[in-house]
Ligand binder design. Structure first.
Ligand code: FO1
Length: 309
């Protein structure tokens, strides 16, 4: 790839929720201003209490703003839940924990969308008010809801499946709605020297982006690296370890995820002990990046690895 890494390099990161946001935070610290664009999954978006909730966009935004709780990863550190407690008291749906400070984001977004603003524009405005100066782009401006078909035959909105029902065994993941990425996303990929697929769930966080028109082709024609979301047979976060055998018939491993991305990658980062004989070069290093220090160390290593490809 180009020699430009760390200076003129243009990096696009594809991200879902918490795992993706932590790597994005590391890349944000390791790269100079203007070098990073983040494309975020919106397949998890849903309506709740009449509000448009974009959990992955918010997780990435809050993480870059330094507001995320380090352990849980989503929402705002130290938020209170008075509105949620009132919902419980009145018998209103309270299975999705919206914090009081977090609510301002959903109110602002819902109002702006109702006035005709695009999700791309609203996200840029939310980032501005939070002091986030890196472009965070929703993958699309139109609805593209992820639906989970369970082995019991239920067809569920993603958040109901994940949060309300705690991820019952799944038979199929469906991406409904639009196939169109935004022009901003396509332009960022056209200008990219490197695409980083973050350690997010390949089925529910990355696939909604990859299956938009023109995305996979652009990734194939750019240097691309992914980071395994599986360490020692366990998911770093979320239900991926049980989803892998349910959907692909393969045991959960870094290799099973690499097989899912077959043909897209030029390099792949795995945790020590997870390496395998594959078709692309591996970076074997500590990919557990919960702390802020580990995030930037790993991001720098990953960029160095990408330069060597
Ligand atoms: N995840 C949960 O497991 N329970 C919740 O109640 C919950 C609330 C929530 C509120 C705002 C937000 O931005 C994210 C929230 N998440 C919650 C996380 C989210 O549902 C998932 O982690 C992502 O959608 C998966 O990428």
């Amino acid at each position: 790839m180009s020699e430009a890494i760390q200076s003129d390099l243009s990096v696009v990161a594809l991200a879902g929720g918490v795992g993706g946001a932590r790597l994005v935070d590391g890349l944000h610290r390791a790269l100079p201003q203007g070098a990073l664009t983040v494309v975020v999954n919106t397949g998890d978006d849903f309506q709740h209490w009449g509000l448009h909730i974009s959990p992955d966009l918010d997780t990435v935004m809050y993480t870059l703003a330094g507001l995320s709780p380090e352990d849980r990863g989503w929402g705002i550190e130290g938020d209170t839940f008075h509105v949620l407690a009132e919902a419980e008291r009145r018998g209103v749906d309270d299975w999705f924990q919206l914090g009081d400070r977090d609510l301002l984001t959903h109110l602002t977004r819902t109002g702006a969308l109702a006035r005709g603003d695009s999700l791309t524009r609203v996200t840029a405005e939310l980032c501005r008010t939070l002091g986030v100066d890196r472009p965070i782009l929703p993958m699309t401006d139109a609805p593209r809801p992820t639906r989970m078909v369970t082995q019991g035959g239920d067809d569920l909105v993603f958040q109901e499946w994940l949060v309300k029902l705690r991820a019952p065994a799944v038979r199929e993941v469906r991406h409904e709605g639009t196939h169109e990425a935004t022009s901003e996303v396509l332009k960022a990929l056209d200008a990219a020297d490197l695409v980083v697929i973050c350690p997010s769930n390949p089925y529910v966080s990355i696939n909604p982006i990859l299956t938009l028109d023109g995305i996979a082709d652009r990734i194939r024609s750019t240097t691309s690296v992914a980071v395994s979301p599986i360490v020692g047979g366990k998911a770093v976060k979320g239900p991926l370890a049980t989803m892998l055998p349910e959907i692909s018939g393969r045991e959960p491993s870094a290799e099973a995820v690499a097989m899912h991305y077959e043909g897209l990658l030029d390099g792949y980062a795995v945790h020590p002990g997870d390496s395998f004989e594959g078709s692309v070069p591996l970076l074997e290093t500590n990919i557990l990046i919960q702390s802020k220090e580990d995030r930037v160390l790993f991001a720098s290593e990953l960029l160095e690895f990408a330069r060597s490809l």
